[in-house]
Write a protein that binds this ligand. Structure first.
Ligand code: ZN
Ligand code: FE
Length: 256
């Protein structure tokens, strides 16, 4: 199994751009296309030739650079089947459960609707990395724009079923604001308290808090911890199930 290299760089005001590279196959993909300038600068810096774009969803800060890059590099655009009509230049449509090859790496597509109806995540099992777009964030999750909270919850459950070691590359640096909110939901979680301090230290130095990991999110992210007694007591009511608790936490964040 050959290596999978990940290069991370800031785009726009708070997005992350990612290039992934399989050195043996000499393939390079941009995960989403928030902004072409930084993506092209990253390609030059690494000396990589863009062969693919993998889109998570149709929002402009994720697919807005597709056509310009496709025009310049002739790269293949792989994106969500369920919103293919909104992905500029899409060549190959994929959906939940599909697999495809990036170089020698098998990529598993996980349907994670909620933020948008066709949103997908890309999971590289062997390399233990997942690109989750705006579905899951460090200490947060995407706003539910097109789907329902129940749909978003089942999407997050799918991501939480990945191995704890899985590195999670999300599309935005929202962590500090998410941390402030998380402390209103589960202030008695010692892992969260520790993490919030680490986040503050990183951001004070201008450093990224991404990637995160599935295990770290399971221990600290208030959106994916419906079994927490503290969260249940704070936001729950009699008979609350996981979906109801998630829905209430999401509602509170929307009004935070
Ligand atoms: Zn989005
Ligand atoms: Fe976004």
């Amino acid at each position: 199994m050959s290596k999978l290299l990940v290069h991370q760089f800031p785009c726009l005001s708070d997005n992350y751009g990612y290039l992934i590279h399989d050195p043996e196959a000499d393939t390079t993909a941009a995960i989403d296309t928030p902004e072409t300038g930084p993506i092209e600068a990253a390609l030059r810096l690494k000396g990589w030739q863009l062969t693919h774009i993998l889109n998570t969803h149709h929002h402009a800060d994720h697919a807005g650079g597709n056509l310009e890059l496709q025009d310049k590099y002739g790269c293949t655009i792989i994106g969500p089947r369920d919103e293919a009509d909104r992905i500029p230049g899409i060549d190959k449509e994929v959906g939940d459960g599909d697999t495809f090859l990036f170089g020698s790496h098998e990529v598993r597509v996980i349907g994670v609707p909620g933020h948008t109806l066709g949103h997908i995540a890309f999971y590289f099992e062997e390399a233990e990395v997942a690109f989750v777009g705006d579905a899951l964030f460090a200490l947060g999750c995407g706003r539910v724009f097109e789907g329902t909270p129940a749909q978003m919850w089942s999407s997050l459950e799918k991501l939480m079923a990945l191995p704890d070691e899985t590195k999670v590359y999300c599309a935005h640096e929202y962590t500090q604001a998410n941390a402030q909110f998380a402390m209103t939901i589960e202030p008695g979680n010692p892992d969260l308290v520790t993490r919030v301090k680490e986040i503050e230290a990183l951001r004070a130095k201008g450093k990224p808090t991404v990637p995160t990991s599935i295990g770290l999110e399971r221990r600290t992210n208030p959106f994916v911890r419906p079994d927490s007694v503290e969260i249940q007591a704070l936001v729950g009511h009699a008979g609350s199930d996981a979906t109801a608790i998630f829905t209430e936490v999401r509602h509170r964040k929307d009004n935070f």
